[in-house]
Design a binder for this molecule. Structure first.
Ligand SMILES: [Fe+2]
Length: 304
């Protein structure tokens, strides 16, 4: 791959790694640690990465061991490549386990240097918020998870942290927002029921600001849109690959992983290059939920 242009921040955008603490298979079919290893091995050939992002559903079970496994793999890759590392919780994450291993999610700073954190106790009701500066850009993580739910929401506390971060004057080349639930509609009923509930509030916070791009995940397929004129990029899942062409009220995913290489230039221009990492030995179908099964997941995890 072509190296990034001078002054450009290149981001390796991973999402939905869904690692388990005990090695259990995701949805009974995918070894997510092996999938993550394949994606990272594939990304070895991507030059000039300055920041690695994991936009939520870092863990499947919220266990400390699962976060340690992600840190070992993704943190090791980032350190080797001299890249910063930032992660944010998704609906499968548990804030307690996340914080124990990844603190506020800003794990490595510019150049892959480990960031120091004072380990304060926060109850799980408090969203995991953080910000750091990488190559003159302000990287702001916004926790859209709602404890016990599958849908997403930007709480008033998280919005306030975001507004305060964006009001700073410490980022000459603008901001990058990282969150799990993208402020975009979804192509399947399941994901639509688990969407971000208040995209308008997020639009109010980033509209007219210096945010160059919003990076999200959750949908397990590549998706691009915009909010308040700001590009929104959804990375394909590491865990599996949603079939977006199926019936609206059913849900299927194929075995396969991917990621984005996002270049953010000094003038705020954005280029995003998705790459796919198939598993040639696997059964192509990761799972299929019929309409009744989807309805029961929505009843359990959607907004009531
Ligand atoms: Fe996910």
């Amino acid at each position: 791959m072509q190296p990034p242009a001078p002054g450009t921040l290149r981001i390796l955008h991973l999402s939905d790694t869904h690692l388990t603490g005990d090695g259990a298979l995701h949805q009974g079919s995918v070894d997510t640690a092996a999938a993550l290893d394949r994606v990272l091995a594939h990304a070895e050939g991507v030059p000039g990465v300055g920041l690695v992002v994991v936009s939520g559903d870092v863990s499947e079970d919220g266990s400390r061991a699962s976060y340690a496994a992600v840190l070992e793999r993704v943190g090791g890759w980032a350190e080797r490549h001299g890249a910063a590392l930032v992660a944010v919780p998704g609906n499968h994450d548990l804030r307690e386990g996340f914080r124990q291993v990844l603190a506020n999610g800003h794990v490595l700073g510019e150049g892959g240097v480990r960031l120091a954190h004072t380990m304060e106790y926060h109850p799980p009701t408090v969203p995991v918020s953080g910000q750091s500066i990488v190559a003159g850009r302000r990287i702001v993580t916004v926790d859209t998870s709602v404890p016990g739910a599958g849908y997403g929401e930007v709480s008033e506390a998280a919005l306030e942290r975001l507004r305060t971060a964006l009001a700073g004057d410490d980022a000459p080349h603008g901001s990058v927002v990282v969150l799990h639930h993208p402020p975009l509609p979804a192509p399947t009923a399941l994901h639509d029921a688990l969407r971000l509930q208040n995209p308008g509030d997020l639009a109010g916070a980033i509209g007219g600001s210096d945010v160059r791009v919003v990076l999200g995940g959750h949908y397990h397929h590549h998706f691009a849109g915009s909010l308040a004129g700001v590009p929104v990029l959804v990375a394909p899942g590491v865990a599996n690959d949603t079939d977006v062409t199926g019936a609206y009220d059913e849900e299927s995913a194929h075995v396969g992983s991917g990621a984005l290489v996002v270049d953010v230039s000094e003038d705020g221009s954005i280029w995003s290059t998705p790459f796919r990492v198939p598993d040639p030995d696997a059964d192509p179908l990761a799972f299929h939920l019929d309409a009744d099964a989807v309805a029961s997941v929505i009843a359990q995890a959607g907004k009531h």
